[in-house]
Design a protein around this ligand. Structure first.
Ligand SMILES: Nc1ncnc2c1ncn2[C@@H]1O[C@H](COP(=O)(O)OP(=O)(O)OP(=O)(O)O)[C@@H](O)[C@H]1O
Length: 616
């Protein structure tokens, strides 16, 4: 107490110099100062409290200043995953080695999906390089780097984006902060990122496919890259491919014309014909040639509806291709739907077969609407153009139709030459090698060559032999390719054995057609047998189609036309009984074995000139 009283009196004279003594006493200021200087426990606590308050206030002030400073002296850009610009930035960061200070990676096995993995140096074999794991930096901890004299900070975050009918939408976002007031620096960085992306992607075709997950926003997040195919690898009748390339180039270059003429700046193609004739390959090759990215969607997917389709089309950047493969699957004909329903019922499935929720009008809206201009290409493939609604094919929606057919002789020869190019197998190589190497016997010079293939061959003659062995309009390029693949180093065998292969294929097709006819006949019998099986004249029973079929097979065929007495049906116990094993309907013929084997389709033709309308 004494100590306290002493200190207070010591303090009082000085405080009175700037504050009336009565006033300072009223505030209790002198007693607080006395307490603080007393060194007591309470005084220390109060000191600590004031110190903490000062530090916290300072910290907040500093943060506030930094934020203001950052806001005024930096530019922040956001990139959301699924948008092409996000990929530009990711690739840019990989190339700038920003990941070097990072300790945070996603490790994935290498696939054709593009993830912009980085190369981690170490002693690795080539095989490991090719097939090993891929290290993809995560960038979830902010990384600072400098680019052209600017400080740039990068950070990836999972962030909430917006509310939609499909729930709250969230997705990874990349935040790029540049410490500069110069807006054009950001533009330069983004342009540079895009340029590098285009440059890096040039040898590949980039294919985006839809990422549809319940409750998540629609994105084109699944990205793959395919090695670009040269135009010469596509075997079509003379001029078809070049005319498509010219048409697409002209379209890309004539944006101003479209705007001036008031015509929607969009282009639609449909490629149709039997499977394996090169429809998809043509689209991928065109995309590679012109540096276009492909956005592919299957309308047959049950999760996709008109809203998603519209969203998807809207998210596609300018000068890219919206590809819908097998477009007929989305809108099956009424007969097909009935058949699917019957098949489901026959198997006691009470659910309707699942089909797309996309409506024809939804698709037409996408083709006509704002989403479909801005220099986008709409490309579709189908095996059955007749099943498509004429509204879909009308000029202005589909500008060009390209028909694909089974191979002609020139196509077969061209395919052979593609497999066995003159440059590797022709006479010129053999001559060059025989001069450059030690003299050897004729037999030996034929055996040794580049890639241990057969050299010194008359490739045009072998190609002609091969083409002669393949009947026109019977096989697809894909089928011939399947035959040639195992013989890729043996051109002579490929040409010599093709006739035998063709004969084998034809026999197999006849067998297949016979079995198909048999199945059809059986289905017809089941249909009629399923209606009514009479037991005596008074008791007729209705059987399920399957049971009726089993019964009719067991008792010998056309059940509904006949009346079976209960005694005649005795012994019919199971479908696998001896009676069932020997059906008495063997008189039924297979209904023209060759009929269904080969749909008659000829060569590849381009209908563009005759059928294209509404194009520029
Ligand atoms: N005209 C062709 N030129 C070059 N290769 C072809 C051609 N037709 C088919 N192929 C080859 O056959 C395979 C299948 O071709 P593709 O997928 O392009 O056929 P498609 O007509 O699109 O078939 P689907 O209708 O089943 O989708 C590919 O490997 C492709 O290289």
């Amino acid at each position: 107490m004494d100590q306290f009283a002493f200190s207070a009196s010591q303090f009082q004279p000085s405080s009175s110099s700037w504050m009336p003594a009565g006033f300072s006493q009223l505030l209790g200021f002198s007693s607080i100062m006395a307490m603080l200087s007393s060194g007591s426990y309470l005084g220390d606590s109060v000191k600590l409290f004031f110190l903490g308050t000062i530090i916290e206030t300072g910290r907040r002030l500093f943060k506030w200043l930094i934020e203001r400073f950052q806001f005024r002296l930096s530019i922040t850009a956001r990139f959301s995953e699924g948008d092409p610009a996000y990929d530009w930035i990711i690739l840019f960061l990989t190339q700038e080695n920003v990941w070097r200070r990072s300790r945070d990676f996603d490790v994935n096995s290498k696939t054709s999906s593009r993830k912009f993995g980085i190369k981690i140096e170490g002693e690795k074999t080539d095989a490991e390089e090719e097939d090993g794991a891929e290290y993809v930096p995560v960038y979830e901890i902010p990384q600072l780097f400098s680019w052209k004299g600017y400080w740039v900070e990068i950070k990836r975050e999972q962030s909430m984006m917006q509310q939609s009918s499909r729930g709250s939408q969230s997705g990874p976002m990349m935040y790029l902060t540049m410490y500069t007031l110069n807006m054009s620096a950001l533009k330069a960085l983004v342009d540079e990122a895009k340029r590098r992306y285009v440059e890096t992607s040039r040898p590949n075709v980039i294919i985006h496919s839809a990422d549809i997950r319940y409750g998540m926003p629609f994105t084109w997040n699944k990205v793959k890259s395919k090695t670009r195919r040269p135009l010469s690898s596509i075997i079509l009748p003379e001029g078809v491919l070049n005319s498509l390339v010219d048409d697409l180039r002209e379209f890309i270059d004539s944006e101003d014309w479209y705007i001036e003429a008031g015509i929607p700046y969009r282009r639609g193609y449909i490629l149709y014909g039997p499977p394996g004739t090169g429809k998809s390959s043509t689209i991928y090759t065109l995309a590679g040639e012109l540096g276009l990215e492909i956005y592919t969607l299957s309308l047959a997917a049950p999760d996709i509806d008109d809203t998603i389709l519209q969203n998807a089309a809207a998210q596609i950047p300018k000068h890219s291709i919206l590809l819908i493969e097998d477009i007929d699957c989305a809108f099956p004909s009424r007969e097909d739907e009935e058949e699917a329903l019957k098949a489901a019922q026959a198997n006691y499935l009470h659910q309707k077969p699942k089909r797309t929720q996309v409506t024809l009008s939804g698709l037409l809206n996408v083709l006509d609407g704002v989403e479909s201009d801005e220099g986008k290409f709409f490309m579709a493939t189908t095996n059955y153009i007749d099943r498509l609604d004429p509204a879909l094919l009308r000029p202005g929606r589909i500008d060009r139709r390209v028909q694909y057919r089974l191979t002609t002789k020139p196509q077969s020869a061209a395919l052979f030459t593609r497999f066995f190019p003159e440059s590797r197998f022709g006479t010129s190589i053999a001559t060059k090698k025989s001069f450059s190497e030690e003299p050897r016997s004729e037999k030996a010079s034929l055996l040794v060559d580049v890639d241990s293939s057969e050299p010194g061959l008359d490739i045009p003659a072998l190609a002609a032999q091969f083409a002669d062995g393949v009947p026109e309009d019977e096989f697809t390029v894909a089928e011939l390719q399947g035959y040639l693949l195992p013989l890729k180093k043996r051109p002579r065998d490929a040409a010599a054995n093709v006739a035998a292969w063709v004969a084998g294929e034809q026999a197999e097709r006849r067998g297949h057609a016979a079995r198909a006819a048999e199945r059809k006949a059986k289905a017809r019998r089941e249909k009629t047998a399923g209606m009514t099986v009479g037991v005596g004249s008074q008791h007729s029973i209705i059987l399920s189609p399957v049971l009726a079929a089993q019964l009719s097979a067991a008792i010998g065929g056309e059940a509904p036309q006949q009346v079976w007495s209960p005694t005649s049906m005795q012994g019919v116990s199971a479908p696998n009984s001896a009676a069932a094993a020997q059906p008495s309907h063997s008189t039924e013929k297979s209904g023209g074995a060759g009929e269904e084997s080969n749909p008659k389709v000829n060569g590849v033709t381009d209908n563009a000139q005759s059928q294209s309308e509404g194009s520029a």
